[in-house]
Ligand binder design. Structure first.
Ligand SMILES: [Mg+2]
Length: 151
């Protein structure tokens, strides 16, 4: 499974952190800030050296590592779904259909474990239910993100 720290999610968040840092410097009237090696840091994230980017990545990875594990898994699944299916601008009923399909998979996992096992789900079956819940939550987040991108 692709982990969040291996995906473009870290890059996206690192770029946002860097842009916010630059904005705050600009607000203070600062227009130039050099690293210890003399590199100009007040440039867009994609123009930074790998060494400079790695400082931002380290911060982001530390924050992500501190997130509750369920949230972290939903974000990992979000990134995985984008890599698998691409980013789409679906019509609301299509999002609802996708969500319904994922909900159905949760229901199927519950039905095939809980009832088959006599109301006491085994841990390995619980993990299947949890996996489906993470996928369902990730679709909710994706839909919310698309809505927010149009706001
Ligand atoms: Mg599913």
């Amino acid at each position: 499974m692709t982990t969040l720290t291996e995906t473009s999610a870290v890059e996206r968040i690192s770029a946002a952190v860097h842009e916010r840092w630059m904005q705050s410097k600009h607000e203070q009237g600062v227009t130039s800030r050099k690293s210890e090696t003399g590199e100009e840091l007040m440039v867009p994230y994609n123009e930074l050296s790998e060494a400079a980017k790695s400082l931002d990545r380290g911060t982001v990875e530390a924050v992500l590592a501190a997130l509750p594990v369920g949230i972290k898994h939903v974000l990992e699944e979000r990134a995985r779904q984008d890599e698998l299916h691409g980013v789409h601008d679906y019509w609301e009923p299509v999002w609802f259909t996708i969500l319904g399909e994922e909900f159905g998979e949760v229901a199927k996992a519950v039905e095939s474990t809980t009832f088959a096992e006599g109301l006491v789900a085994q841990d390995n079956h619980r993990s299947k239910i949890r996996e489906e819940l993470v996928q369902l939550a990730a679709v909710c987040v994706a839909w919310i993100e698309r809505m927010d991108s149009k706001a």
